[in-house]
Design a protein around this ligand. Structure first.
Ligand SMILES: *Cc1c(COP(=O)(O)O)cnc(C)c1O
Length: 426
């Protein structure tokens, strides 16, 4: 699709570009299997010399169109959908990290990702070193060693809403010869495109705003195509022959710009088998077609709700990146000039009990374990998403016991605010 089109146009039209007489809407290619006229072509496919699909564990035409759309939205060279956001972050790490090596991650990340890194990847022999937002550059640099493979952070951290200074961390990562991986789930490419600020790999839980209707779980990895994997011989899995593929060298055979995403697909997706199903891709694509409209409304509504809460004396604190009172306001203005997405968090005066009572009194907003869909919802992180973490880990994630996370939907802001008002007992 024309690269000069604006992101709003790409949301609607990128990906599926029908030829004469083909369906206008992205078709669901519900087929695991593909048919060939001759076996030589299939041989070339297996050798990765020809372009095409061989088996839907590895790729599928419906998925490919949605991958193309997300890559274009982020401004990357290629993307790979997978079964969940968890899987996207896991594959993003495993693609370039082995037992005995380590990664550096911000501590203020999604609880599920904290567990993935600190528990499951640790069991696979991968060490994670957590950086906190208050660390100086020098303190962060001290975390790197010759076995460090990547630096990880979330554009807007879930649920602490800490803004990740992408430019700063990209330059620290690059100084140590490793890529910056950014989970852009909360911002979406409509509000922030991390590649434009120096990130190298972007991940998504498409389950959230991209789908936007709380219907399908999915994940995506996007390759920015700019990181030079050859630079200091640190990534032999990309630069040296892959024996499981007759000695293919990803950087040589697919170019430095596509090496990472190609390996993720033909090696990790082949071996782990966690594709997103065609019908799921179709549903995800319906969500993506209105992503630009929804992100604008989510952001506007969240701003109105945040301002209302800030003025309420029943509330102990309000955190929303674009509130002028926010410590990271300047950073938020820089990275999110068009809005800071729909999630806000705030404390209800009276601690844990008051927070629970408030939530139970809501009528329009519902209590769910999800964020980022069309309907306004609330969650108490300390007793749910972060329940498996220790108190110290919870505080490291930037969470307090009285904290409510609200995912502001796209209903009328007046109705959302009226509901909050009655639940606060104002
Ligand atoms: C939800 C979420 C994930 C995990 O995604 P799933 O699709 O639930 O597996 C990862 N990162 C962030 C920022 C999330 O909000």
């Amino acid at each position: 699709m024309n690269k000069n089109y604006k992101i709003n146009t790409k949301c609607v039209q990128s990906g599926w570009e029908p030829k004469n007489g083909e369906p206008r809407v992205l078709p669901i290619y519900q087929s695991t299997t593909y048919k060939y006229d001759d076996s030589d072509f299939l041989g070339d496919l297996f050798d990765l010399k020809a372009d095409g699909h061989m088996y839907s564990r590895i790729s599928n035409p419906t998925a490919a169109c949605v991958e193309q759309k997300i890559a274009e939205l982020e401004g990357g060279v290629g993307a790979m959908l997978c079964s969940s956001g968890q899987m996207a972050n896991m594959l993003a790490v495993l693609n370039i990290t082995s037992a005995g090596q380590n990664i550096i991650s911000m501590s203020t990340i999604y609880g599920g990702t904290t567990n993935l890194f600190a528990v499951s990847l640790k069991r696979l022999g991968i060490d994670v070193r957590f950086a906190t937002p208050d660390m100086t550059d020098g303190e962060i640099e001290a975390l790197f060693d010759e076995n460090t493979r990547l630096f990880f952070g979330e554009t807007i951290a879930n649920p602490a809403l800490v803004v990740f200074d992408i430019e700063r961390y990209a330059s620290l990562a690059h100084k140590h010869g490793v890529p910056l991986v950014v989970d852009n789930t909360f911002a979406t490419p409509v509000l922030c495109r991390p590649f434009e600020w120096g990130a190298d790999i972007v991940t998504h839980s498409t389950t959230k705003y991209m789908d936007g209707h709380a219907t399908v779980v999915g994940g995506c990895i996007v390759d920015g195509g700019k990181f030079d994997w050859r630079a200091d011989g640190k990534y032999p899995e990309l630069t040296e022959p892959d024996e499981s593929y007759h000695g293919v060298r990803y950087t040589e055979n697919f170019g430095v710009e596509s090496a990472y995403i190609t390996k993720a697909r033909v090696q990790l997706m082949r071996d782990f088998g966690v594709p997103l199903q065609p019908i799921t891709c179709f549903i995800l694509n319906l969500g993506l077609e209105t992503l630009h409209l929804r992100m604008q409304r989510h952001s506007e509504n969240a701003m109105k709700v945040a301002k209302f809460l800030e003025a309420s004396d029943k509330v102990s604190f309000v955190s929303y990146p674009l509130l002028e009172s926010n410590a990271q306001y300047d950073l938020a203005k820089k990275y999110f000039p068009d809005g800071a997405s729909g999630v806000i968090s705030f404390g209800v005066k009276g601690g844990r009990e008051a927070a629970m009572k408030f939530m139970n009194s809501l009528k329009l907003a519902s209590i769910v374990v999800h964020v980022a869909d069309a309907r306004t919802s609330v969650l108490h992180p300390a007793s749910t998403t972060h329940r498996q973490l220790t108190d110290e880990q919870i505080i490291n994630c930037g969470i307090t016991p009285d904290q409510v996370r609200m995912s502001v939907g796209i209903e009328d802001a007046e109705d959302i605010i009226a509901d909050i008002k009655q639940a606060l007992g104002e």
